[in-house]
Design a binder for this molecule. Structure first.
Ligand SMILES: Cc1ncc(COP(=O)(O)O)c(C=O)c1O
Length: 389
């Protein structure tokens, strides 16, 4: 089955479900056992039924199997948010005395958790400049057990050379985890590039409708998957079946939505490159991106997310632009059907600045609205920005 067919057909079996197209949604805390043998087997995790609702039902199993198959992973686990998926994986894979090496452009809560939870537990944490393979090699230590990548990285869309990084990491026994939220399961084959695990927020494109929080962990090798599964169970991480139903519904239309986001974002990004108020556009699919060649080598496409840097101006000018946007409302998310904008600063979250511009950074999410409406909204915003400067 090719990917688009998998998105439509995996995880459901109308023939065993009264012909109903979508899989049933099982709500439960209690699971019953008819025999002592079945009860004892479930307790050891060996039965055909889960021991208890916290470990999920057939609704969870069907969706996890679908997500694992999509990526060619040996297993997938659902978590109540992308952040809980990341933190569950970190807790499973590092222990006191280990070194965790993190890409500098990783999502900020990864940094918070590493610095504020893992470091006090005796785990050495350090960051490498995302787009600098020499810095990565210099930061790798004999006790590095986990390398955390996010490519393209948050806000600045730095591309990491995953095959080269994975080869160096594996050479000394470290695992490579890729936060693949940007790609969802579709835009990059993380396992072919050398990753050992992928973690992503399904609250973004997979759900696609800005109304559910969910995270996913997948692993390539059984031995790694078992470690994560154990931590997932011990932490009591569980997800609600209604949320799974909605995210699974989003997955069915992921491919055409991503294509639309991609084309619209490239059109808007190219147009923004021509606007005098814009000092830089940070979009990996544009030839102006410093790692465009690497992106072309490793990715199958882009999505609706990119950043711009405005010409240096006052806070009042930025407020004049952002306060009156019609479509681009400010919101800390992306991957839904709607366009969004957030202002950002890299102060304190980068070892080195990946660009020399000093103006305000804005991350844009290009939604499914008409591109001409979006350009008009941005043009009006840039006019307010210039006027208030
Ligand atoms: C790259 C990346 N990873 C992880 C997350 C966290 O996902 P969630 O919001 O579902 O916790 C986000 C959310 O914005 C993200 O952008």
């Amino acid at each position: 089955m090719k990917t688009n067919s998998k998105l439509v057909h995996l995880g459901r079996s109308p023939e065993t479900n009264d012909g109903v197209v979508n899989p049933p949604v099982n709500h439960t805390s209690t699971i019953l056992f008819e025999t002592l043998e079945a009860f004892e087997a479930a307790k050891k995790g060996q039965g055909t039924r889960a021991q208890y609702g916290r470990f999920g039902s057939s609704t969870h199993r069907a969706f996890e199997k679908t997500l694992a198959e999509l990526e060619g992973a040996c297993g997938a686990l659902l978590c109540p948010s992308g952040v809980s998926a990341l933190t569950t994986a970190y807790l499973a894979l590092v222990k006191a005395g280990d070194h965790m090496l993190v890409s500098d452009s990783a999502y900020e809560p990864t940094r918070f958790f590493a610095d504020q939870v893992l470091a006090p537990m005796g785990i050495e944490v350090s960051y490498f400049t995302a787009a600098d393979i020499d810095d990565f090699k210099a930061c790798l230590k004999p006790n590095t057990s986990l390398v955390v990548l996010e490519s393209p990285g948050s806000l600045t869309f730095d591309i990491q050379d995953i095959p080269t990084i994975a080869a160096a990491a594996h050479n000394q026994g470290a695992l490579v985890l890729v936060d693949s939220t940007y790609s969802s399961p579709l835009l990059m084959d993380a396992y072919a590039l050398g990753a050992d695990l992928t973690v992503y927020s399904a609250s973004k494109y997979v759900c696609g409708h800005s109304d559910v929080m969910m995270g996913v962990i997948t692993a390539k090798a059984e031995v790694v998957f078992k470690r994560i599964k154990k931590m997932h169970a011990m932490l009591g991480v569980c997800t609600a079946p209604d949320d799974i139903y909605l995210v699974q519904r989003g997955l069915r239309t992921l491919a055409p939505r991503l294509k639309h986001h991609e084309a619209a974002a490239i059109e808007v990004a190219k147009w923004l490159e021509q606007q005098p108020e814009v000092a830089a556009v940070l979009h990996p699919a544009l030839p102006s991106h410093p790692q465009h060649a690497l992106w072309k080598r490793d990715f199958k496409g882009s999505n609706g997310l990119f950043s711009i840097v405005l010409q240096p101006s006052s806070r009042a000018a930025v407020a004049a632009m952002l306060d009156s946007m019609h479509y681009f409302k400010m919101g800390f998310s992306w991957g839904g059907y709607e366009s969004l904008v957030i202002p950002f600063s890299l102060q304190g979250i980068r070892k080195t600045f990946p660009y020399s511009h000093t103006g305000q950074g804005l991350r844009l999410h290009i939604g499914l609205e008409d591109v001409e409406d979006l350009k008009a909204d941005l043009r009006a915003g840039l006019d307010r920005f210039s006027k208030a400067a």
